[in-house]
Structure formats: C-alpha cells, structure tokens
Ligand binder design. Structure first.
Ligand code: AMP
Ligand code: ZN
Length: 136
C-alpha cells in the first residue's frame, strides 16, 4: 500500500467507494467525477503505478474484470458504446498514480446522460453500483 494513494485507501477500506465488484486482486467502483452516467474504474488491489509496472498476471485479471464490467455497464445504462481509457504518466492525463482502467459509457445522441466531470452524490453512485452489480 502506498501512502497518500486514494485507491490504496479504498482497497484497504479506509476510504469509501461505491463498489461494483471486488475479489482478492481487483476492485471496481464508481468514478467520483464521472465522464458519463455509469463511469466505473477497475483497479488492482495492490499498488502498481502504471502499465509498465503491473505484473502480466495482474493485468490479465484486470482486463477480465474490465470486460465483465463493460458488458454490465452497457446493459445497465443502455449505452450505445463503451470507451476504455487507461492513462500512464501525467502527460497522458494520469492523475491517480495507481493503475486503473476507465469504463466509460458512450451515447449516440450527444448531450444525453452526460455529466461532464462534476462530483456526483454518493447516494446516486451507490444506487448505480447496485444496478450494475445485478447485471454482472
Ligand atoms: P486518471 O486521470 O486516469 O488518473 O483518472 C483518475 C480518476 O479517478 C478520475 O476520473 C477521478 O474522478 C477518479 N477518482 C479520484 N479519486 C477517486 C475516489 N476517491 N473515488 C472514485 N473515483 C476517484
Ligand atoms: Zn495505490
């Protein structure tokens, strides 16, 4: 666990998250500042900074959960597509230095179900997490 790492705090249970999925090695929870409704993050339980550092075995487990969550999110929010984002390094847009994949629903009709990255209310995120869990 890395000091000051928000995702390590969630993994250890010292910070709260709207949890979609967890096992021994992988967690999936709602992004606090969603790009669109249903935006989920998939992270390793152990602290690895980025794609360069994460062991291949862990990466395989992460990707398997990305796929499951993507399908569940698509069904839950009725998305037309799903964008997977994975940033490495500050110039790539990485803000949290703990490897994570973004699962971001996309909608054909512009302007629908979009948030534009404002912080979402915890209750709303908890309800969405519960709906996605049912479709996993
Ligand atoms: P990145 O720019 O790829 O590092 O993305 C980091 C993401 O983590 C952003 O989309 C943030 O909204 C999200 N985030 C940061 N802290 C938390 C948190 N405590 N719970 C949920 N999402 C978070
Ligand atoms: Zn961490």
């Amino acid at each position: 666990m890395a000091d000051q790492c928000p995702f390590c705090s969630i993994a250890s249970g010292s910070s709260s998250a709207s949890m979609v999925y967890e096992d021994n090695n992988v967690l999936a929870f709602m992004d606090l500042n969603p790009i669109s409704v249903g935006h989920v993050l998939i992270v390793s339980r152990e602290h690895w900074e980025n794609l360069y550092e994460v062991p291949e075995e862990t990466l395989g487990e992460l990707i398997a959960v990305v796929k499951r969550v993507a399908i569940a999110v698509k069904k839950t929010v009725g998305a037309d597509g799903i964008k997977i984002i994975q940033n490495n390094g500050r110039c790539a847009g990485q803000v949290v230095m703990h490897i994570h994949f973004h699962v971001v629903p996309c909608f054909s009709q512009k302007g629908t179900k979009r948030y534009g990255r404002v912080m979402e209310n915890r209750n709303v995120l908890d309800e969405m997490a519960q709906k996605i869990r049912k479709n996993l």
